[in-house]
Design a protein around this ligand. Structure first.
Ligand SMILES: NC(=O)c1ccc[n+]([C@@H]2O[C@H](COP(=O)([O-])OP(=O)(O)OC[C@H]3O[C@@H](n4cnc5c(N)ncnc54)[C@H](O)[C@@H]3O)[C@@H](O)[C@H]2O)c1
Length: 363
């Protein structure tokens, strides 16, 4: 008991690399963990307006910050125990390699996608393998959304039997405007099916409890961004797609992505069907439905999920792993990050080449 109390009050100092929309969200989410010994002590970002907004926010939590224009200066200051990487996708590889190579160990929570290419993800995995003193968690946070977490629990509890089909529909608004418009080009994001959909491929893998073997996709940029021009170039990011993923236990997943679907009640609708039953999750309605073949339609239960910790569950879990290093590992690890990117890459290649792409080809 004394041990637990001691662990709760150990101060863990965080730094945030990239304090745009997501970095500032991490700052707010970490403020909920002040009573668990968390404090944000440093930020790094080359964009002065992002720094100013983050400094204002940190002041409201009474967190004085050391401010840097780049991640190297932050690492060399050695003021942090943990760093959050929430800079644009194409910067993750360089920043992660520098963190892992730094003499002072820094634990890392890196935003999804791990990197924009499989080769870069593999380099990071390989480098991290040689640093057992560092823990890395990947920000595949959809696992923590209350209805999704509840559905995972139902499926993992065996209540629908062995999983055969996982269908995920994301129908939402277009990509938001980002600092220096980095998210308008595949070269920066890895492609829509990597950037956005690594979340869903991660969930498919988790529900299927298996490894992907091949991917077939069809998609295009049909509606959004067509009239935008940046330095003379029109964006090349697809805004709708269907993706089929086959797994090595015979189960299959399907993603239905549409990014011009503001007229939707839900942003994500997930259906997982096994031999014995079916579970569904609806976000943001927060509803989970669950029924069995034996009980039929009349037996379908509707559960309203709520978890007040939704905004900081990811951080709470990583903090727990850090404080229990040696006995705990990060819940979402580098392999999860790598495979979720690899499925997205296979889907992008499938669209370009109009054929099934095996995971062996991209991995
Ligand atoms: N988990 C999620 O659901 C989710 C949602 C949105 C974004 N993200 C991810 O978060 C990351 C950031 O996205 P965002 O929406 O905050 O973008 P953003 O454009 O709002 O912010 C990015 C910030 O990073 C800064 N930056 C650029 N290069 C940098 C560098 N080398 N070092 C440090 N900072 C640098 C920019 O100046 C900017 O302030 C991306 O990887 C994105 O995919 C995740």
């Amino acid at each position: 008991m004394a041990d637990e109390e001691e662990k709760r009050t150990i101060t863990v100092k965080y730094g945030i690399i990239g304090v745009g929309m997501m970095g500032r969200e991490h700052l707010i989410n970490l403020s909920h963990l002040r009573h668990h010994g968390v404090s944000v002590v440093s930020i790094a970002d080359p964009h002065p307006p992002s720094l100013t907004s983050a400094i204002d926010l940190a002041h409201s939590f009474n967190w004085p910050l050391q401010v840097f224009s780049g991640h190297k200066e932050m690492l060399d200051s050695e003021v942090c125990d943990v760093v959050i990487v929430s800079s644009p996708n194409m910067t993750h590889h360089r920043i992660l390699m520098d963190i892992i190579a730094h003499p002072k160990p820094h634990h890392v929570l890196v935003e999804k996608p791990l990197c924009t290419t499989v080769a870069h993800c593999k380099e990071v995995v390989e480098a991290a393998r040689k640093r057992p003193d560092i823990m890395v968690q990947v920000g595949l946070e959809y696992r923590y959304m209350p209805p999704v977490a509840k559905l995972i629990k139902i499926v993992k509890g065996g209540e629908v039997g062995p999983i055969r089909m996982v269908a995920i529909r994301e129908h939402r608004f277009p990509f938001l405007v980002k600092v220096n418009d980095w998210n308008r080009f595949n070269a920066n994001t890895g492609g829509t099916l990597v950037e956005k959909c690594c979340h869903f491929f991660d969930l498919m893998r988790l529900f299927a409890g298996a490894s992907p073997i091949r991917v077939m996709a069809s998609g295009a940029m049909d509606v959004n961004h067509k009239d935008e021009v940046y330095d003379g170039k029109v964006p090349d990011i697809i805004d709708n797609a269907y993706v089929i993923v086959e797994f090595d236990n015979g189960s299959r997943g399907m993603l239905d992505l549409c990014m011009f679907a503001e007229g939707s009640k839900n942003e994500q609708e997930i259906s997982v069907v096994g031999d014995e039953g079916k579970g569904e999750a609806f976000v943001p309605e927060g509803i989970v439905r669950f029924g069995t073949r034996v009980s039929g339609r009349d037996g379908v239960q509707t559960i309203q999920t709520v978890d007040e910790r939704i905004n900081f569950l990811e951080h709470l879990n990583f903090l727990h792993a850090i404080k229990n290093k040696g006995t705990e590992t990060p819940e979402v690890d580098l392999m999860d990050g790598l495979i979720s990117v690899a499925i997205g890459v296979a889907a992008q290649v499938s669209i370009e080449q109009g054929r099934f792409v095996s995971m062996d080809e991209v991995l």
